[in-house]
Design a protein around this ligand. Structure first.
Ligand code: MN
Length: 296
């Protein structure tokens, strides 16, 4: 099943080329704040599933092409992100470490946006903003200390995720925290539709140029290991997101570009990039020249 939010936070499932509204099943109201209807849906999904399936049989819904898709998970408690989790990206960045011996960082939930949104470049002259294409994992159940062999009990589904970043040597979290720096979507696909998440092709284009191409089998710290490591440190909650790391091929985006990400069995989405006027800060006052090593 494919879970979306649309038209101002309504909650839906995608059935062929249509969106079926299931907001009422989880008591969604447009006034709800914080917007945690999707978290409720994920937490009790097996209870809701028969009602959702019934509705998909009877409701007409709206054409997917006619709705505005939001971030499929508006209010996770956290976004856990693994840095340098493909060897080829580690090589291009000259990084001596890998995620399995480095741990993770966090992105703020306020950086999330969805497939109908735009990526807004902050006003940081002399700096490049880079794309990182990543598989996103969605946690399904509250958990702590998950053993790696039990990881599947706690994963709800998957999504395409862009981990946008201002390149530099300052705090990583700071550079990755801007609003719109974590597009996810176009939906969350439930785990039953992804037979082997450890063998997914992932591609990213800027305009028509293929920039990144990888397979999740090349993750350094694998998906069970990522769930194990994150839950060793903190309680994970339904709707929490894990950004699994990016392969080689990261690079800058500019005003007017379109970024497209595609992951087999998960989905595909394109977001335009615009130059914003906000985000100026003394942190980025010095220019920064990144050296990316080309593959030998
Ligand atoms: Mn990343």
């Amino acid at each position: 099943m494919k879970i979306v939010t649309f038209d101002g936070g309504r909650i839906g499932v995608v059935s062929q080329d249509r969106v079926i509204d299931i907001s009422d099943l989880v008591d969604f109201s447009a006034e709800e704040w914080p917007p945690v209807g999707v978290n409720r849906l994920i937490k009790d999904f097996e209870r809701f599933r028969p009602q959702i399936e019934d509705r998909c049989q009877t409701a007409e819904g709206q054409l997917l092409a006619d709705v505005t898709l939001g971030t499929p998970i508006p209010w996770p408690s956290k976004i856990v992100a693994y840095p340098v989790n493909y060897h080829d990206h580690g090589h291009e960045m000259g990084a001596s470490y890998r995620a399995n011996h480095q741990g993770f960082f966090l992105k703020p939930p306020s950086s999330l946006c969805g497939p109908s949104d735009v990526i807004e470049l902050p006003d940081v002259p002399g700096r490049e903003v880079h794309h990182e294409s990543e598989l996103g994992i969605i946690i399904g159940r509250t958990c702590r200390d998950v053993a790696r062999e039990d990881w599947q009990n706690y994963v709800f589904g998957y999504t395409c995720l862009l981990d946008m970043v201002v390149r530099g040597k300052e705090e990583r979290v700071f550079r990755k925290a801007y609003d719109s720096f974590c597009p996810i979507g176009p939906w969350v696909v439930t785990a039953d539709e992804v037979v082997d998440p450890a063998n997914l092709n992932m591609r990213l284009w800027v305009n028509e140029e293929l920039r990144q191409e990888a397979n999740t089998r090349d993750l350094v710290l694998d998906i069970p290991g990522m769930v194990e490591m994150a839950s060793a440190v903190m309680t994970l909650y339904p709707g929490d997101i894990i950004a699994t790391g990016t392969p080689a091929g990261v690079g800058p985006v500019h005003d007017g570009d379109t970024v497209r990400i595609s992951i087999d069995h998960v989905g595909e989405m394109s977001l335009p990039v615009i130059q914003g006027t906000r985000g100026s800060t003394s942190v980025f006052v010095e220019p920064y020249q990144l050296h990316i090593a080309k593959e030998k």
